[in-house]
Design a protein around this ligand. Structure first.
Ligand code: ZN
Length: 300
């Protein structure tokens, strides 16, 4: 049975998994990302984690999903707010030296998109979009079975689609980016603004289910913003499927799919809405490591 190792590198934690070709996780481990100690210490910690999950199995290679922007061919992160000091550090090559494995590096949201395409909800779909809702909003756009990368691997930064030109300042420098309004972080911030309590996603959905007025208002406003962004993407790419994933959709966000689908309404062409499905990820919290491992299987 061929195995691949996937690593999901985040600013807080890193997680590694040994994955078989059917997407079954056979071993996994996680540890804190030693960001403060710098990129070399992080590379060495990652190599230890990889060797932990590899055990005595023979792996075809190692896939790393990382925040970007990054270069796949140079296997390096250009710059990222979550991993200070990593600018132009050749993470992929360093891991090749440390583990002896062939290493593939790609953007974390694009990895999650491959995970959905190979093991998840988008299996067999030629045209689909993944939106992943966490601290920010990540994206992957697949057209005729091919991910869109652009000239510098920078495409699919869906979270920075402008929703409100005079809106909130985003860390990218623009104003009113979608992720300022519909990320999991924004969802919780909206709840705090309405009820004055710091609640988790699950608790917010529970308040909605109990019929709390503020939660009902929140869901309506959130759905409209998400529908505006989704409708723009549907008009441009005419996908057969939009998958919503990430933290927000593992904590009770499933009903949002149907609400967004109903709210797209007049916001985009009827012909593009026909046959369009909007659904939650089936990979839940595993999309990152499965997607990173799938970089290896795709290359085989
Ligand atoms: Zn932005």
């Amino acid at each position: 049975m061929p195995y691949a190792i996937g690593v999901d590198l985040g600013g807080t934690n890193m997680r590694a998994a040994l994955v078989d070709e059917h997407g079954k996780i056979c071993a996994q481990a996680r540890k804190k990302t030693p960001v403060q100690e710098g990129p070399e210490a992080t590379a060495q910690a990652m190599a230890l984690l990889v060797n932990d999950v590899r055990g005595s199995e023979i792996a075809l290679g190692l896939g790393i999903g990382s925040p970007g922007p990054l270069s796949r061919s140079e296997k390096m992160i250009f710059q990222t707010a979550n991993l200070p000091g990593f600018d132009r550090f050749p993470l992929g090559y360093r891991l090749q030296e440390l583990t002896g494995l062939n290493v593939f590096l790609d953007n974390d949201a694009k990895c999650a998109t491959y995970g959905e395409a190979i093991f998840g909800r988008a299996k067999g779909r030629k045209n689909f979009i993944l939106l992943t809702f966490g601290t920010g909003v990540g994206g992957g756009i697949v057209v005729e079975n091919r991910m869109i990368y652009g000239k510098s691997d920078g495409a699919c930064e869906v979270g920075h689609l402008t929703l409100y030109p005079e809106g909130k300042l985003c860390k990218c420098g623009n104003r009113g980016c979608m992720e300022q309004y519909v990320s999991a972080t924004a969802f919780k911030a909206r709840a705090f603004a309405k009820c004055g309590q710091e609640l988790g996603g699950k608790e917010i959905f529970e308040a909605f289910n109990r019929g709390q007025k503020w939660a009902d208002e929140l869901m309506r406003e959130f759905t409209v913003d998400l529908a505006i962004a989704t409708a723009s993407l549907v008009n441009i790419f005419d996908p057969e499927l939009v998958v919503f994933g990430g933290g927000l959709f593992t904590t009770g966000g499933g009903p949002l799919c149907g609400w967004v689908q109903a709210s797209i309404g007049d916001r985009c062409f009827k012909s593009s809405q026909k046959g369009l499905e909007i659904a939650a990820s089936t990979l839940s919290g595993d999309a990152g490591v499965l997607g990173a491992a799938s970089l290896v299987f795709r290359a085989e």
